[in-house]
Design a protein around this ligand. Structure first.
Ligand SMILES: *Cc1c(COP(=O)(O)O)cnc(C)c1O
Length: 394
């Protein structure tokens, strides 16, 4: 008998499937690139024509209102980038020096860095394969083991530190299990924060992501679903937190006709009007972006359906993903083929990328406490993202 199916090399078949979806490129097809229409030119030109390019101008207010309408979040504050938005979320969650913040190791570096900016310490948790988001079940079991409840909070038995918050992330636009994670946060008196940087336009049980956590952060970096060049936003349902978010991102200046009075140490994190103008135009296209990205995902799923040794990651049950980045997961016995697959796709002009190096393996975070991370480790060895721009489906 010849080789068993599981040992068949999936690389040529995946390359063929990707080619059937994207065609043969003349140059290189980017992983994710922005798309600008006439409105982007119009709104940005208006800023240049009027001189309102910086910290004053009407587009910031409009962008915040538009984001509130799109996400359903009652209070929205635009920021210079998503990392700054996360930093503000953590500050507003009451995270203090020496606290520990539970967060996935499987995330982009910004999540962990924002925790460090508050002088708190990341405490890494594992994820589940269906959503790539935090595994509520495994985390509950872990907390029973390492944490104790007292004085209205949860404390790490080993370090004695307060476990103040739980940050969850909607990986590649696939919403994580917010019902289970919200209930867990409640049980353990953790402030739930959603890193929704990748999930604009994605919903969980009909609700836009970013509405279950007390606070959430968005990003509008150049590679995200919509871009402002660089930008981010804080979302919250709490009016007081919303006001405080605005205050913290605008140097905590007390309103006055001429006095420079500031009442706490704060930040210059305000999104410039020029970037907000771009964002307003981009939001008008969001529905079209998401619709086309979902169509592209459908095409990948169809093309890869018959390919042995690899699975196309579908949106988890009860969610509507924005399919920010399309994701292939190699079967466990094919993990050794990941780099050959990356080389083959990139050589053929299909820009493809592995998962981020997990946070617990980076030098500045390798000493942080963590629960066993078998799923994170396994997925890191097997995931490949393939070109995902909306225009590829048109
Ligand atoms: C993009 C991103 C951010 C924010 O990044 P900025 O470049 O600062 O806007 C945060 N978390 C995750 C998971 C991201 O993908």
């Amino acid at each position: 008998m010849s080789a068993r199916p599981s040992s068949t090399d999936p690389v040529p078949a995946v390359l063929e499937a990707v080619r059937s979806v994207l065609g043969t490129p003349s140059g290189s097809i980017a992983l994710h690139e922005p798309e600008f229409g006439a409105r982007e030119w119009k709104y940005v030109k208006e800023c240049l024509d009027t001189g309102w390019v910086s910290s004053v101008g009407s587009y910031v207010d409009r962008f915040e209102r538009d984001l509130a309408a799109v996400t359903g979040a009652p209070h929205v504050v635009a920021t210079v980038n998503g990392t700054a938005a996360l930093h503000v979320c953590l500050r507003l969650a009451g995270v203090r020096a020496g606290d520990e913040v539970l967060m996935p190791s499987l995330t982009f570096i910004a999540t962990a860095n924002a925790v460090s900016y508050t002088s708190a310490i990341p405490h890494f948790v594992d994820v589940e394969p269906a959503s790539l988001g935090v595994d509520a079940h495994a985390l509950e079991a872990y907390l029973r083991d390492v944490a104790e409840r007292r004085d209205g909070g949860a404390f790490n038995r080993r370090t004695g530190s307060r476990l103040r918050a739980l940050v969850v992330m909607h990986v590649f636009g696939h919403p994580c299990d917010l019902d289970a994670l919200g209930a867990l946060a409640e049980r353990w008196s953790l402030v739930l924060i959603e890193d929704a940087a990748e999930s604009l336009g994605a919903s969980y049980k009909g609700r836009h992501t970013g509405n279950v956590g007390r606070l959430a952060a968005l990003s509008f970096n150049g590679n995200k679903v919509v871009t402002t060049g660089g930008g981010g936003a804080v979302l919250t349902g709490d009016a007081q937190l919303g006001r405080h978010a605005k205050h913290l991102t605008t140097t905590a200046r007390v309103a006055h006709r001429w006095s420079f009075l500031h009442d706490e140490v704060a930040y210059n994190y305000r999104l410039p009007n020029l970037n907000a103008a771009l964002g307003c135009a981009q939001l008008e296209q969001l529905a079209s972006f998401v619709e086309r990205k979902r169509r592209l995902a459908e095409r990948y799923a169809g093309a890869l359906a018959g390919v042995a040794g690899v699975e196309f990651l579908r949106e988890p049950p009860h969610t509507r993903s924005n399919y920010w980045l399309n994701t292939l997961v190699l079967a466990k016995e094919q993990a050794a083929k990941r780099d050959a697959l990356l080389a083959s796709l990139n050589d053929a002009g299909y820009m493809s990328r592995p998962l981020w190096t997990p946070m617990h393996r980076l030098p500045m975070y390798e000493g942080c406490q963590r629960m066993p991370l078998p799923v994170t480790e396994s997925l890191e060895a097997r995931i490949v993202n393939v070109p995902s721009s909306a225009r590829l489906a048109s």
